[in-house]
Design a protein around this ligand. Structure first.
Ligand code: ZN
Length: 69
């Protein structure tokens, strides 16, 4: 069971990640990569800078952190 402290830290982390994602998607020249999670197989839309192919992301389904191929 997560403590209140852990739950608050998790909530803050999610907000921070949402803000980071937002700042990436509005960047000019950013492209979308469709990445398939290596753990659960879910499709994830990942924003990437132009020409960048290896982007860190976290699977929306299982939370597994990985890098796009
Ligand atoms: Zn996954």
């Amino acid at each position: 069971m997560a403590s209140k402290q852990e739950m608050r830290e998790e909530a803050e982390r999610l907000v921070r990640e949402a803000l980071e994602r937002k700042s990436v998607t509005i960047k000019h020249g950013a492209t979308r990569i469709e990445a398939t999670c290596g753990k659960c197989g879910a499709k994830n839309r990942v924003s990437a800078e132009k020409g960048e192919t290896r982007v860190r992301y976290k699977c929306k389904e299982c939370g597994h952190e990985q890098v796009t191929l």
